[in-house]
Design a protein around this ligand. Structure first.
Ligand code: 13P
Length: 253
């Protein structure tokens, strides 16, 4: 049985002071045993150090929202996997649709980061998902399959087991319109079957596949009850301690 991984993607929200408030709020709200659930918070870079200090001694783990694939050098504005590791990040979100759309990130570019994160011992949470236009054209399966293959190019089976794939349909992000549990499950199963073909059934069975896109306390339970949905990547609802805690609670068996 796979554990559930609930990650909060804070996006470009919360300065260091607000980070303190939110993490302290989460510490209070997480007053229950997490059992089968791993909780990851992914604040902006400027809050990583504050967050890591505050989550010490709690079950919460730290993730970043992006990184570059080079180790160091003249790459103004970028941070490396090693820098994330040194600050205490165990996870990094890569290839989020906002980065694909606003910053023109491609599967090839994301693939370089995935390999670098794995080499540094950081678990990449790699995002894939179709746009509304692609869904309406009935090419969701092709789009998602090609993204999964692209971001995992030249990644070994044993490394793939450490990767988390986040299926985030673009039309469900920040819209309040989540994929139905059936729509999400269909794509999660497709991803697992693809991994089985590429890497074998054992790797596919171990792969954590999160759903993201308007996950809220009132829909989390139904989504997380699907056999191939192993967690959630939460945006808006992770910015308040109570709602993030309620989603985490919904993942506990
Ligand atoms: P929302 O939960 O705000 O829809 O955002 C989802 C997301 O993009 C998480 O990475």
């Amino acid at each position: 049985m796979r554990n559930k991984v609930i990650a909060g993607n804070w996006k470009m929200n919360k300065d260091v002071h607000q980070t303190e408030d939110l993490i302290n709020g989460l510490k209070n709200a997480l007053d229950f045993e997490l059992k089968n659930v791993t909780v990851v918070v992914c604040p902006p870079f400027t809050s990583l150090e504050t967050a890591v200090r505050l989550i010490k001694g709690t079950p919460m783990l730290l993730g970043a929202q992006n990184m570059y694939f080079e180790d160091e050098g003249a790459f103004t504005g970028e941070v490396s996997a090693k820098m994330l590791q040194a600050v205490g990040c165990q996870y990094v979100i890569l290839g989020h649709s906002e980065r694909r759309q606003l910053f023109r990130e491609t599967d090839d570019f994301i693939n370089k980061k995935v390999k670098k994160a794995l080499a540094a011992g950081i678990i990449p949470i790699v995002c894939v998902g179709e746009t509304l236009e692609e869904r309406e054209k009935n090419i969701t399966h092709q789009i998602v399959s090609s993204q999964v293959k692209g971001v995992l190019k030249d990644v070994s089976a044993s490394d793939t087991e450490r990767v988390i794939i986040a299926y985030e349909p673009v039309w469900a992000i920040g819209t309040g319109r989540n994929a139905t549990p059936q729509q999400a499950e269909e794509v999660h199963l497709l991803i697992r079957e693809l991994i089985s073909v590429l890497y074998g059934p054992a790797t596919a069975e171990r792969l954590i596949i999160q759903y993201g896109g308007s996950v809220k306390p009132d829909n989390a339970g139904d989504l997380l009850a699907q056999p191939d949905i192993d967690g959630a990547l939460v945006g808006g609802a992770c910015l308040k301690a109570d709602s993030f805690a309620a989603i985490i609670k919904a993942a506990i068996l």
